[in-house]
Design a protein around this ligand. Structure first.
Ligand code: GDP
Ligand code: GDP
Length: 468
C-alpha cells in the first residue's frame, strides 16, 4: 500500500472537534461529508479505501480538526458506552467540542441514554446531530433529543447534506482558535503548545535532597512565590513565576514531610510521589549521587512513567563526589541509565542543592520538556516520516517473522498530547505489532521529532475487515 498523505495545513494549531455516538448512526458518513473535497481517497491495488479518522475542515473562514471516534472504537466495543469514552478518551479530552450523532429513525435507545449521561460528565460542549432526517417529516422527530438537556440539537442528513450548514454555523461560533502567541517555538518543525502553568513534581526517596532542592529553586529565582491549596486537603502547591513561565510546584508541603522511622519515611515518599505525579506535567526525580541508585528510586521513577510525566533525573549531592574530572559526569550518567533502562529518554542532570551548582538549569529544562509533551504532529507529516524512514515506500513492516499474509501499517495518527500518543493502524496478517518494531519506530520518531525527556505512547488498531 502506498501512503498518500492528506494535504493539511502543517504548522497550524486547530481546535479539535470529536464525532461520537453509538455504532451505525452515521458518524463516518458525517465525518466524510465534513472533510469534503479535502479528503484524499487513498486506494491501493486491491481497491480498498483506507478509512480515515482524522481530518481538517473549515467553515466560514474557521478551520478546525475533526476526529471520528468510530474509527478508534470498534463497533463491538462501542455497544458499551463507557468503552467509547475509555477508548476514545484522549480524542475526547483534547476536543473543544463534541458532535454527538444520534439516529432519528431509531429514536432514543438505551445506549443513547447511557452515552448522554457519560457525555455530560465530560463537561464538554455537546452538539447533538440528529441524523438520518432525510425528509422534512423526520425533522420534527429530532425534537425528542432535546430531552437530554443539550441545548444544541440539529436535524441533519449526513448522507444528503441537509442541515449541515446550521450545525456548522453553531459549531464554529464557539470554537476558540489558538493565536500564534499561544504556540511556542517548535522543536524540529513540529507544532507545540506551551500551556500557561507548568505543573512540576519533585519526588524521590527520603534524604536525597528534595526539600533542599525546593528551597534552592524558590530562593534562586527572583520569583513571585505563593502557596496555593492543592486538590487534596493536606496538599499545598507553590506557585513560582519567572518572566517566561508560571510553575506550580506540586505539594510542597509533602516534599518537606518526613517519616519518624526510615521505613515510615520510605512509605511516605512513595505515597507522596504517586499522589503528586498524577497531577504533574514534569517530574524531577531526585537521586543521591553519593549513595547511588536504590530499588526505591527505580520504583518511584516507574510511577512517573506510568503517570505519563516528562522526567528529569537529578543526581544530587554532586559536591560530595571527590576527584572529579571531565569524564566523571558522563560516567555517572551512563551508570544511571544502565540501572534505569526503561528511562532511556529521560534527561539526566548532576546538581548540588547544597552549593546550587547547575540548579538554574532545571527549570528551563522542564520548560523544554513541557513543550515536547505538548507537540502535535499532523497525520500527513507522520506518514511522510513513516514512508521515508521506516518503509522506504513499501508500506510493509520490516522483517515480519510470520508466514501467511504480512502485517501492514496503513497509517499513523496522533490522537493525544501530554504525553504524545499515536494510533498505528494495521491491517493484514495478525494483530500485534512486534515489540522490536515499536521500539524501532519510537527511536526513529525521537530522532525526527525530539520529544525531549518525554514518554510517547503507541496504540495499535488492527483492522481485519473493511469498515463501512
Ligand atoms: P457509524 O458506524 O456511526 O460510523 O455509521 P456510518 O457512517 O457507517 O453509517 C451507518 C449507516 O447509516 C450506513 O449504511 C449509512 O449509509 C447510513 N446513513 C448515514 N447517514 C445517513 C443519513 O443521513 N440518512 C440515511 N438514510 N442513512 C444514513
Ligand atoms: P529530602 O528528605 O529528600 O527532602 O532531603 P533533604 O533536603 O532533607 O536532605 C537530606 C540531607 O541531605 C540533609 O542533611 C541535606 O543537608 C543533605 N543534602 C541535600 N542536598 C545536598 C547536596 O547537594 N549536597 C550535600 N552534600 N548534601 C545535601
Amino acid at each position: 500500500m502506498k501512503f498518500q498523505p492528506e494535504k493539511s495545513a502543517v504548522g497550524k494549531a486547530l481546535p479539535l472537534v470529536a464525532i461520537v455516538g453509538r455504532p451505525n448512526v452515521g458518524k463516518s458518513t458525517l465525518f466524510n461529508r465534513l472533510i469534503g473535497e479535502r479528503r484524499s481517497i487513498v486506494g491501493d491495488e486491491s481497491g480498498i479505501t483506507r478509512d480515515r479518522i482524522y481530518g481538517e475542515s473549515d467553515w466560514r473562514t474557521k478551520r478546525f480538526a475533526l476526529v471520528d471516534t468510530g474509527g478508534i472504537v470498534p463497533d463491538d466495543d462501542a455497544v458499551i458506552p463507557a468503552n467509547i469514552l475509555k477508548q476514545a478518551g484522549f480524542a475526547i479530552d483534547e476536543a473543544e467540542a463534541l458532535i454527538w450523532v444520534v439516529d432519528v429513525r431509531k429514536g432514543i435507545t438505551p445506549l443513547d441514554q447511557e452515552l448522554a449521561r457519560l457525555l455530560r460528565s465530560t463537561g464538554k460542549r455537546v452538539l447533538v446531530a440528529a441524523n438520518k432526517a432525510d425528509a422534512t417529516s423526520l425533522e420534527s422527530a429530532a425534537g425528542e433529543f432535546h430531552s437530554f438537556g443539550f441545548a444544541e440539537v440539529f436535524p441533519i442528513s449526513a448522507e444528503h447534506g441537509n442541515g449541515i450548514g446550521d450545525l456548522l454555523d453553531t459549531l464554529v461560533t464557539g470554537l476558540e482558535e489558538r493565536g500564534p502567541d499561544d504556540w511556542a517555538a517548535e522543536p524540529s518543525r513540529a507544532r507545540s503548545q506551551a500551556p500557561r502553568e507548568l505543573r512540576l513534581a519533585i519526588v524521590g526517596r527520603p534524604n536525597v535532597g528534595k526539600s533542599s532542592l525546593l528551597n534552592r529553586l524558590l530562593g534562586e529565582e527572583r520569583a513571585i512565590v505563593s502557596p496555593q491549596a492543592g486538590t487534596t486537603r493536606d496538599a499545598v502547591d507553590t506557585l513560582l513565576e519567572t518572566p517566561d513561565q508560571a510553575f506550580r510546584i506540586i505539594d510542597t508541603a509533602g516534599i518537606r514531610r518526613k517519616g519518624k522511622t526510615q521505613a515510615m519515611a520510605e512509605k511516605l515518599s512513595v505515597v507522596m510521589a504517586r499522589k503528586s505525579l498524577e497531577r504533574a506535567d514534569v517530574a524531577i526525580v531526585v537521586l543521591d549521587a553519593e549513595q547511588g541508585i536504590a530499588a526505591l528510586d527505580a520504583a518511584i521513577a516507574g510511577y512517573a512513567v506510568e503517570a505519563g510525566c516528562s522526567i528529569i533525573l537529578v543526581l544530587n549531592k554532586w559536591d560530595t563526589i571527590e576527584n572529579k574530572d571531565t569524564h566523571t559526569g558522563s560516567a555517572f550518567e551512563r551508570k544511571v541509565r544502565e540501572q534505569m533502562k526503561f528511562l532511556s529518554w529521560a534527561s539526566v542532570v548532576t546538581i548540588s542543592a547544597l552549593t546550587g551548582q547547575r540548579v538554574p538549569k532545571l527549570l528551563p529544562l522542564a520548560v523544554e520538556a513541557n513543550k515536547a509533551r505538548n507537540v502535535r504532529i499532523s497525520t500527513s507529516r507522520l506518514n511522510e516520516f513513516y514512508e521515508r524512514t521506516i518503509t522506504q515506500g513499501s508500506g510493509i513492516l520490516p522483517a515480519r517473522p510470520h508466514g501467511g499474509s504480512r502485517l501492514h501499517v496503513q497509517y499513523i495518527t496522533q490522537i493525544g498530547i501530554r504525553p504524545p500518543t499515536f494510533i498505528v493502524f494495521t491491517s493484514g496478517g495478525k494483530a500485534g505489532l512486534h515489540f522490536s518494531f515499536v521500539r524501532h519506530l519510537e527511536n526513529r520518531m525521537r530522532e525526527e521529532f525530539g520529544f525531549l525527556a518525554t514518554p510517547i505512547r503507541f496504540v495499535e488498531r488492527h483492522k481485519s475487515k473493511r469498515r463501512r
